[in-house]
Ligand binder design. Structure first.
Ligand code: NI
Length: 258
C-alpha cells in the first residue's frame, strides 16, 4: 500500500468532495494518510479529520509562515494533543525565508522552530520539517536543539544532494513529492539518485505540488502513483519495490500509526 506522509485535506480546495475523496483512498491503495497541521486552525481541523477517518493520522505543529498566531496557550494545547493515540508527529515546523525576509520575523521563526523541536523531544514524537531558502539556519537550529536525537523527515526537500546526505547523517528521512516529476527537477532527481531508497518517504503536500501530468492542478494522494513510478525509474527498481520500502520507512518513522 501507499503511505501518504504529508497532506493538507483540511484545505478549502477539498471543500466540495473531501469526504468522498478520503473514503476512496484506501480502495485506491492509499492505506494511510498523515494530515499535517500548518496554522492554528488547520491543526485543529487536522485533529478532527483524524478523529473522523480511521486511516487518517495527525501531525500537530505551526508552519514558520504562521507563527504570528502561535502563543503559549496553543502550544500547551498541542502538547495535550500529542499524547492522543492518533497524533503521530510534530509538524509541520521549520524555517521559511522565501516569504519572510525581515530579520525579526526570521528570529521568531527560529525561536518557535526550536520550541517545537523541544515539544517533540518531550512528547516522544518525530518532527516534520519544512525548510525553504533557509538551509544553513535550519541545520543550525536543529544542531542547537540536538535534533539528531529526534527522528524526523525533511519534507518537500528542495536543497542539494549534499545537504540531503547531511540530513540523512543526522538520521533524517527525505520527503519526495510531485516536484520529482517536473521537467526542470534536475536537482531533486540527483538527490533521489544519491540517497538510499531506505531514506525516502512518499508525500504529496496536497492540494499543492501536483505531479506531471497534473502540474498546476489540485493535488491529491491518488497521484502518488506518479511520484512512486518516477522514483522507481530513477532508482532502477519496480514501482512495487518503491511502494513497499517507502511504506516500511514511514512505519519506522511514524511508529504510532497502526
Ligand atoms: Ni505542507
Amino acid at each position: 500500500m501507499i503511505f501518504e506522509t504529508h497532506a493538507h485535506y483540511d484545505d478549502d480546495r477539498f471543500e466540495e468532495d473531501r469526504d468522498a475523496l478520503l473514503r476512496r483512498l484506501p480502495e485506491e491503495g492509499v492505506g494511510v494518510v498523515i494530515n499535517s497541521g500548518a496554522s492554528v486552525e488547520s491543526t485543529r481541523d487536522t485533529i478532527r479529520l483524524a478523529r473522523d477517518y480511521d486511516h487518517v493520522y495527525a501531525a500537530v505543529g505551526i508552519h514558520p509562515s504562521e507563527i504570528e498566531e502561535l502563543d503559549e496557550a496553543f502550544f500547551q494545547w498541542m502538547r495535550e494533543q500529542a499524547s492522543w493515540e492518533k497524533t503521530v508527529a510534530i509538524g509541520e515546523i521549520g524555517l521559511d525565508y522565501y516569504w519572510d525576509k525581515e530579520s525579526d520575523v526570521q528570529e521568531k521563526q527560529r525561536y518557535w522552530f526550536g520550541r517545537q523541536i523541544e515539544l517533540a523531544r518531550d512528547t516522544g514524537l518525530p518532527i516534520i520539517v519544512h525548510s525553504r531558502d533557509a538551509a544553513a539556519d535550519t541545520m543550525q537550529v536543529m544542531k542547537e536543539h540536538h535534533a539528531e536525537e529526534i527522528p524526523g523527515v525533511i519534507h518537500c526537500f528542495s536543497y542539494s544532494k549534499e545537504m540531503a546526505l547531511e540530513f540523512i547523517k543526522m538520521g533524517y528521512y527525505i520527503g519526495v513529492g510531485g516536484v520529482v516529476t517536473f521537467k526542470n527537477a534536475k536537482k531533486l532527481v540527483e538527490t533521489v539518485e544519491a540517497i538510499p531508497l531506505e531514506k525516502i518517504l512518499l508525500e504529496t503536500d496536497c492540494p499543492y505540488m501536483a505531479p506531471e501530468p497534473y502540474r498546476g492542478k489540485r493535488n491529491s494522494s491518488l497521484y502518488l502513483t506518479y511520484v512512486r513510478d518516477k522514483i522507481a525509474e530513477i532508482k532502477g527498481v519496480s514501482p512495487e519495490e518503491v511502494e513497499r520500502v517507502t511504506e516500511q520507512n514511514a512505519r519506522t518513522l511514524f511508529s504510532k500509526v497502526k
